[in-house]
Design a protein around this ligand. Structure first.
Ligand code: ISE
Length: 333
């Protein structure tokens, strides 16, 4: 059975997902594309061979020829579109964040639980990155003993001019929040957050430094800096009792020139996590066929946003904030 997919949103992420689904993912076809900018949707639909184009995401979800939906439209549309997918009982892969706040995410969780079926996957693609997967496997087997520190770096070359200090926590550092939960398999209990001074290339926002503690006492630090100018750079090093593991950097090219040797960097996440996106999409399509959910759940979407919100509180108050996440419902075990 070929899964007929509708893609909502044709910006960088939506266009990327549509093209990957159409050309590299087995067991599916892209049959419909939606974007408020219908002309842009038409261009993407033409490239991926989708016959139907919509300017309204909800109309795409209601199309009887669409079996499953990718939501990659602007963040404020995620909650209403995912709620509509739940109403229409259609599996949905929603880009992060699941909602603009934890109340919206919680409503999705409650509605999905009432439906009795796991229909929502959140696009935290790092869970499908071979590097993060290898670190998780080593941790699960306790190959290097128990974890003590997780050092994370998340640098973007440039951010959109409207990006705020708050968005650096809610939209950028939230990746590390989810990745740390995925690796360590536990929740955070406290957060302290500070901004540095602003940089001269982006005076309206400050790079962020987050220090979080998990329930078992692992310390996780996150540098989130979206104006690093030189390229996209994501790193993580996990220090355990008798060994340490660091994500191998994946590089496009190594260059010898002018007396130096160096690796080129990807410009953004689309290149660095290309493999992770492909594996995420393939796993999602397979999960629809087998009705066995994979990846980050709606619960993970809720917890990551709730944790990021509390980090925001810690940033604003300059106080250490307690994080008290409710027990995970058995539905998401
Ligand atoms: C963006 O939305 C992403 O999801 C990227 O992975 C991240 O690096 C970037 O900072 C976000 O704005």
């Amino acid at each position: 059975m070929t899964i007929r997919i509708g893609v909502i949103g044709t910006g960088v992420m939506g266009a990327g997902h549509a093209s990957m689904l159409a050309s590299q993912i087995a067991g599916c076809e892209v049959v419909a594309v939606a974007d408020a900018d219908e002309a842009r949707a038409k261009v993407v639909a033409g490239k991926v061979g989708a016959a139907r184009v919509f300017s309204d995401g909800k109309a795409l979800i209601g199309d009887t020829g669409v079996d499953a939906v990718v939501v990659a439209s602007p963040d404020p549309t995620h909650h209403p579109l995912v709620m509509e997918c739940l109403r229409q009982v259609k599996p949905v892969l929603c880009e992060k964040p699941l909602g603009t706040n934890s109340t919206e995410c919680r409503e999705i969780v409650e509605t999905e639980m009432r439906s009795g079926r796991r229909l929502v996957q959140v696009g935290f693609m790092r869970r499908f990155d071979p590097g993060y997967e290898a670190v998780k496997a080593a941790l699960t087997e306790e190959r290097h003993g128990l974890p003590l520190f997780l050092h994370c770096i998340h640098r973007n070359a440039v951010a959109a001019s409207y990006t705020t200090s708050e968005a650096i926590i809610l939209n950028t550092a939230v990746h590390e929040i989810d990745a740390a939960r995925f690796l360590l398999g536990e929740e955070f209990v406290s957060a302290t957050v500070r901004g540095t001074r602003a940089t001269r290339s982006a005076p309206s926002r400050t790079p962020q430094f987050l220090l979080l503690e998990t329930a078992s006492g692992v310390l996780v630090d996150i540098e989130a800096f979206v104006d690093a100018q030189y390229g996209y750079d994501v790193r993580a090093e996990l220090v355990c009792e008798k060994g340490a593991m660091s994500l191998a950097q994946t590089h496009a090219v190594r260059t010898w020139s002018s007396g130096t040797v160096g690796n080129s960097l990807y410009a953004d996440w689309m290149g660095r996590f290309d493999d992770a996106y492909r594996r995420e999409l393939q796993a999602w399509v397979q999960s629809i066929r087998s009705w066995k959910a994979v990846g980050a759940s709606a619960w993970d979407g809720y917890v990551s946003t709730r944790t990021a919100e509390l980090c925001l509180e810690a940033y604003r108050s300059r106080q250490t904030v307690t994080i008290d996440i409710e027990e995970r419902p058995a539905f998401y075990a």
